[in-house]
Design a protein around this ligand. Structure first.
Ligand SMILES: Cc1cc2nc3c(=O)[nH]c(=O)nc-3n(C[C@H](O)[C@H](O)[C@H](O)COP(=O)(O)O)c2cc1C
Length: 347
């Protein structure tokens, strides 16, 4: 499979497996972990334009530490419906260190689409174009990217029109989640439909890279998504919750040397302990514990599914760790899990 180096303006991510933006999940500590563990690129949680301009968002998402990120660009996602406000938000983001601005045209949440933002923009192509143009103008030469769905519903699958519009305006990369807005997260992502968009772009002479998103959970699904869509890369969302190493592991299996070798169970437990600590440092113990619970739950369920934790062991840990209000106690338990896994690996 040809997974040639992909460019986003001046940036060439080290591989083509990206971590999806996920509100409440892809904060700075999690993005840092994913990058350290081999993800090609990470995207910060979406910021509503107003929230960003009020200065709240950057404190929350944070930029990933330079030591971890190295040459990896800081990619900030904006959501909004007013071109002028989106332009102001883009300028604000650039002043605060954003290297790439991503426009959210895919969020299905009523809270977002009700304000005519996110996926609702796909129903208003003229407004969508005005936003893309305004953000590109405001970004001052920094790459602007777009994340979208297949359309609003099955009767209105206009991702192809939106992608052509964005490419004409000068967007540097398009990510397409292979579902409509009305599907939210139900059904299966339609990677072949993403392929229709890729073909329309190529037929119109656009070389703009496309990233296929939706239901990529391992190397096999990544390969299938790439083959069925003809996209240049994949974006991994939910499956990476509690598994910051997943994009890096997938990247390695697509192209040896591009990511990281699969982590042993014990090493995974060590990484989750490290993530827990980083989340509590970044958000403070109370908020950090809450943020970390989503990852803990996902990791424990994954370990149980793999048989690395016995069913009763996992249920006991789930009960205890997801309620515990003391970070030190959670981490002591996690260190104990790592120890047990090490012992089992040796045995
Ligand atoms: C909890 C959660 C939060 C999300 N937040 C965002 C977001 O802020 N911006 C965005 O473009 N997509 C967001 N998404 C959508 C994901 O980026 C991705 O498109 C979707 O989950 C499909 O990919 P997956 O099947 O790999 O999870 C979110 C998804 C979830 C589950």
């Amino acid at each position: 499979m040809d997974i040639a180096t992909l460019h986003i303006g001046p940036y060439a991510p080290r591989n083509n497996v990206f971590l999806a933006p996920m509100a409440g999940i892809t904060d700075a500590p999690f993005r840092a972990a994913a990058l350290r563990l081999g993800a090609g690129l990470v995207v910060a949680e979406m910021a509503a334009d107003r929230e960003l301009l009020e200065g709240r968002h950057f404190r929350r998402i944070g930029a990933v530490d330079e030591d971890v990120a190295g040459a990896v660009p800081f990619m900030v996602q904006l959501a909004g419906h007013d071109p002028a406000l989106m332009a102001r938000a883009a300028r604000f983001a650039r002043r605060h260190g954003a290297d790439i601005i991503d426009i959210n045209m895919g969020c299905p949440a009523k809270m977002v689409t009700g304000k005519l933002s996110g996926a609702a923009l796909m129903r208003e192509p003229a407004r969508a174009r005005a936003i893309v143009r305004a953000v590109i103008d405001a970004a001052g030469g920094a790459p602007v990217t777009l994340k979208t769905r297949l359309g609003w519903d099955d009767a209105h699958r206009n991702a192809g029109d939106i992608a052509l519009m964005a490419a004409d305006e000068g967007v540097a990369l398009i990510t397409i989640h292979g579902r409509t807005r009305q599907q939210f997260y139900t059904g299966r992502a339609d990677w072949r439909a993403v392929g229709d968009v890729v073909r329309r772009l190529r037929a119109a002479g656009h070389a703009i890279p496309v990233i296929v998103n939706g239901d990529v959970v391992d190397a096999a699904s990544a390969r299938a998504a790439l083959a069925q869509s003809g996209a240049e890369g994949v974006m991994v969302g939910r499956a990476a919750t509690g598994r910051p190493w997943l994009p890096g592991e997938i990247a390695e299996s697509l192209r040896p040397g591009a990511g990281i070798a699969p982590l042993s169970p014990a090493r995974q437990a060590v990484e989750i302990t490290r993530l827990h600590e980083a989340l509590c440092t970044f958000h403070g113990e109370r908020a950090g514990l809450r943020r970390a619970r989503k990852h803990l739950k996902a990791a424990l369920l994954h370990w149980r599914e793999r048989g690395w934790l016995k069913a009763d062991e996992a249920s006991g840990l789930l009960r205890r760790l997801l309620r515990c209000e003391r970070a030190a106690t959670v981490r002591a338990d996690l260190r104990d899990i790592a120890e047990r896994m090490r012992y089992r690996e040796a045995a």
